[in-house]
Every structure is written in C-alpha cells, then in structure tokens.
Design a protein around this ligand. Structure first.
Ligand SMILES: *[C@@H]1O[C@H](CO)[C@@H](O)[C@H](O)[C@H]1NC(C)=O
Ligand SMILES: *[C@@H]1O[C@H](CO)[C@@H](O)[C@H](O)[C@H]1NC(C)=O
Ligand SMILES: *[C@@H]1O[C@H](CO)[C@@H](O)[C@H](O)[C@H]1NC(C)=O
Ligand SMILES: *[C@@H]1O[C@H](CO)[C@@H](O)[C@H](O)[C@H]1NC(C)=O
Length: 343
C-alpha cells in the first residue's frame, strides 16, 4: 500500500466511523433526552388540593413540549375520573401511584378503539407504576383502558381492566412487569413488540386473550408472556387469534388454569392464517397447558426456538429500561416510595 492509497483508505474508514456514529446517535434514547436518569423533576397530583395539580392531565400539560428532562408525576391515592393523554412531544415522563389498589384512573367510554382509551400514551420513554387504569364501559362493545403507541414504554405493578379490547398494545417496544390485565374479548391486542413478565392475565368470560396484529414476516413485533399466570371465570378462552396474518404470540413458563380451551388457539375463521401465524408454547404448566388437543398449527417450542423469545432481546434488550429516579427537583417533599430492582 503506497502513501496515497493509505490516505484514501484512512478517509473511507473515518467517513464510515462518522456515519455509523450518526446512525447510532439517531436511535439512542438518550440523545436529546436526560443525561442523568437518577434525577427527575417532581410534579404532585393530589385530589385534596395539597399537590401541584388536582387532575393528572393538568400535570402532563405542565410538562414542556420536547422536554429534555425526566419528569416524575406522583399521583396521590384517589379515584381520578378522567381520560388522560400523554402526547408524542412529551417523552421521559413517569406516572406513578404508590399502590395500584388505591390510585385509580377510570372512565367509561366505549364503541371505538381510538377514542375510548382511559390512558393513551403517544410519547416515547414513558413509565407507569402502581396505577389502576380501567374502562368501566362494560360488556356491550369495544372499550380500551390503555393504549400504548410510543416506543420504549414500561409498566410496573399496574392493573389494567376492561372487558373487550382492554389493552391496545399498538406500536413500539414495551415491557410489562407484574401487571394484572383483565378482560374477555381480544383483550391484549395490537402490533407492538412486547414482553409481559410475571403478569397475571384474568379472563372474565369466554373469548380470546390476545389478538396480535403483525402483518408481515419482516415485522419484528409480537407478544411474549414469560412466567405469567392465567386465571379466569367462564372458561372456553383461547390464548390468541390472529388480528394480523403474521400474528406472533409466545407463552413461556406460564401457569394456565382450566379456562383455556383444549384447542388453545383460533384462526378467526380464516384457515389461510394457520400457515402464517406463529403461536408457540414453551414449558407452560397447569390444567390449561395440556397440548394433546391443541390445533396442529400451533407450536411446542424447542429450547432453540424459545431462546429468542424468553429474553428482553425482542424489546431491544435492557438498554432503555431505567431504574426509578432517586432524587427530585421542584418540590420540598421527596418522600417517595422507590422500590429497587424495578427493571
Ligand atoms: C436506526 O433506526 C433506523 C430506522 O428505524 C434503522 O434503519 C437503523 O438500522 C437503526 N440504526 C441502528 C444503529 O440501530
Ligand atoms: C446524577 O445527579 C446526581 C445529583 O445531582 C449525582 O449525585 C449523580 O452522581 C449523577 N449521576 C450521574 C451518572 O452523573
Ligand atoms: C417540538 O419538536 C417538534 C419536532 O421537532 C416541533 O415541530 C415542535 O415545534 C417543537 N415544539 C416546541 C414547542 O418547540
Ligand atoms: C393431557 O390430556 C390428555 C387427553 O385429554 C390426557 O390423556 C393426558 O393424561 C393429559 N396429560 C397430562 C399431563 O395431564
């Protein structure tokens, strides 16, 4: 290699390095966001008037557009009768109760999956903790309690309750840990890439737990249930049916009660979807997990098949899951319950 070609090679390498760095920076959740995730700006919501706001939406409205700091909205116990939207231009918000049993966001609107959600999350890098999010519309139609459309959203210890279409797990990568999710018809649906870990899934009537919406084999979406528990009343519940042709759902290490129908999965009246949907089970147990009468197009996963689903890789690894902040600005009170090991 002579001197001239060395210089050319050197420049090519330099350009490659710069380009790669730019691409990576563009996808890096911290670019333009908080530099220190241990410190957050605190906003308190308290119905009795002792906080900064009485309504949750007012606290979210107070976060500046395109915020680059972490916001921790601490919701005091109470039943908040409001519909809440976290808009796309407000990333890095944590919405936290202290216990899901006493901090409740509730509404009762039905009919449409776009307008009905009690809580709609359009922003990225959102966290909810210890909240009940419910839609009390009842049994006469679609009524979403929670819609999640932002990338990198995590839910810890939340209770999500409705009847039909409870959780619209719409788009992006999401993590649900120790959550309770209740419904009857297609009550966990959408086209996100999500990991549900140690969650309690409760079916209140015959129906289907999931309706995952993956449309093409190129999409990296799907739902994994890892170490979960399925209970219910009523029976004849399917693990899933394909909303999208390439619907992808895996249950691993999950306890299934006898409410799960022996066939397990349902093609939603379209047999062409039997060859495109990917429905797997791995090391599940309990009376509903007996695969002897399962539909032939569902899969009992080998260790090798299961490997890609039983870690956080499908949601982008651990890179964006953040521990709860430990320091707060903007309020004299820092007496917040922040359990460790949340992620
Ligand atoms: C960044 O995101 C774009 C579009 O989502 C994707 O094509 C690209 O491969 C990503 N780059 C890295 C380094 O992850
Ligand atoms: C974040 O900020 C806190 C308080 O200002 C400080 O103690 C801590 O060392 C910072 N952490 C990092 C990683 O910079
Ligand atoms: C926030 O960012 C978006 C996209 O860059 C921009 O269109 C919008 O005007 C910004 N909002 C404010 C208040 O700066
Ligand atoms: C599964 O079900 C079949 C048929 O209903 C039954 O013969 C078998 O014993 C069951 N297996 C277990 C492990 O319960």
């Amino acid at each position: 290699m002579d001197a001239a070609s060395f210089v050319i090679h050197f420049h090519v390498i330099l350009i490659l390095l710069i380009c790669c760095n730019l691409t990576m920076a563009a996808n890096d959740s911290s670019s333009g966001g908080p530099t220190n995730f241990s410190t957050a700006i605190l906003i308190r919501v308290d119905q009795s008037g002792h906080g900064d706001f009485k309504k949750i939406q007012d606290a979210i409205d107070a976060v500046p557009s395109n915020n680059t700091e972490l916001y921790f909205i601490w919701v005091k116990p109470g039943t908040y009768r409001e519909k809440v939207v976290v808009p796309a231009d407000k990333p890095f918000i944590t919405l936290s109760g202290t216990e899901a049993s006493n901090t409740i966001i509730t509404s009762n609107e039905g009919g449409d999956i776009t307008d009905s959600p009690t809580l709609t999350v359009l922003a990225s890098d959102f966290v909810a903790r210890y909240l009940t999010i419910q839609n009390l519309f009842g049994t006469s139609g679609k009524a979403v309690a929670l819609k999640v459309k932002g990338d990198r959203a995590a839910f810890y210890g939340c209770r999500i309750q409705s009847y039909q279409d409870t959780l619209l797990d719409d788009a992006g990568r999401h993590y649900y840990s120790n959550c309770y999710i209740e419904g009857a018809v297609d009550f966990i649906f959408g086209n996100a890439a999500s990991l549900y870990e140690r969650c309690h899934i409760h079916s209140v009537e015959a129906g289907a737990i999931t309706a995952q919406g993956r449309e093409s084999p190129l999409e990296n979406t799907g739902f994994t249930f890892l170490g979960c528990k399925i209970t219910g009343t009523g029976g004849n519940t399917a693990l899933g049916r394909p909303w999208g042709s390439y619907s992808r759902v895996v249950f691993a290490y999950t306890l299934m009660s006898n409410i799960i129908q022996p066939e397990g999965w349902n093609d939603w009246g379209d047999s062409t979807k039997q060859s495109t949907a990917y429905y797997g089970e791995y090391k599940c147990y309990g009376p509903g997990a007996n695969r002897s009468k399962r539909v032939g197009w569902s899969r009992s996963l080998s260790n090798e098949d299961a490997a890609q689903f039983v870690t956080k890789n499908m949601i982008g690894g651990r890179s964006w899951l953040r521990p709860a902040p430990t320091r707060f600005k903007g309020s004299s009170s820092t007496n917040i319950v922040t359990p460790t090991g949340e992620n």
